[in-house]
Write a protein that binds this ligand. Structure first.
Ligand code: FPP
Length: 254
């Protein structure tokens, strides 16, 4: 039974570099291991019946890393997508990438496109790689679209912005997991995380596994998601048969 499973999990996979460095290895060794863990978590989430999984795979700011590390990550991504394509199809997982994809090298773009295309008819979990992605850049893009379309100020509301974000059509993440103990969003899903439950674990990403994922899901089940309302209102909503996360129309101010 799907007991209070988050519909959308987003993961900030952090700690690859530190994991490698404490072992006296090059940071790239950590990324290699990180890619393996990403594959395991994709399969685990899909088997659990999670509808949406987003992995923060490469941020807008990651372009500022040493060229050698960026090149390694790009080659790893391209190889990973090529290798995993058939597995994604086999597991009925639909893939997409969001971000400033035009900044990616052609070799990565080709694999992103081929994987998106190959999995387009899959009806299971939706897997999103946030790639060359920045939350601020996403919001700037939405604002630019509004201006370019000449949308008048009085028609700008949450729906107008949401429909112009790169996550258009996706539900917001219910649960954001960040590994390696850092308690920040690092420019990830700034708009979309407004009501996300944020789970931080000290575990470094290369050590992350299914038992860690289960711990995060257990914790999520204990959360009371109020969306700005009170516990009493939630209980009333529950007894009237409305869904817990269904946000009712606000009563007009008295
Ligand atoms: C953070 O570790 C990791 C990233 C730069 C992005 C995530 C990349 C991977 C997990 C590898 C590739 C993934 C796939 C799916 C092919 P960090 O280097 O910031 O670690 P640190 O904070 O310890 O330095």
């Amino acid at each position: 039974m799907k007991k209070q499973l988050p519909q959308h999990i987003a993961i900030i996979m952090d700690g690859n570099g530190r994991w490698a460095e404490v072992r006296g290895r090059n940071r790239t060794f950590g990324h290699l291991r990180g890619a393996r863990v990403a594959r395991e978590m994709i399969e685990a989430c899909s088997e659990l019946g999670i509808e949406n999984l987003t992995l923060y795979t490469f941020s807008s700011e990651n372009w500022l890393r040493p060229l050698e590390e960026v090149s390694f990550l790009m080659a790893l991504l391209s190889r990973h997508l090529k290798r995993e394509r058939a597995n994604l199809v086999k597991n009925n997982i639909q893939f997409q990438a969001i971000g400033e994809l035009s900044r990616l090298p052609q070799s990565v773009l080709d694999e992103v496109e081929a994987t998106t295309e190959a999995t387009s008819a899959c009806t299971g979990m939706k897997l999103t790689f946030a790639l060359s992605y920045g939350g601020r850049q996403d919001i700037i893009g939405a604002v630019k679209s509004l201006v370019a379309e000449g949308v008048p100020a009085d028609q700008i509301d949450e729906a107008a912005i949401e429909s112009r974000l790169l996550t258009k059509g996706m539900c917001d993440p219910d649960l954001i997991i960040r590994t390696s103990g850092e308690s920040r969003l690092s420019n990830f899903f700034l708009w979309q995380s407004a009501y996300s439950e944020i789970y931080i674990t000290p575990t470094l990403w290369p050590n992350y596994d299914e038992s860690e994922l289960n711990k995060a899901l257990e914790w999520y089940r204990t959360r009371e998601r109020r969306f700005g309302r009170t516990t009493a209102q939630l209980n009333q909503q529950k007894s009237s048969g409305q869904k817990r996360d269904q946000v009712p129309e606000l009563a007009p101010p008295q």
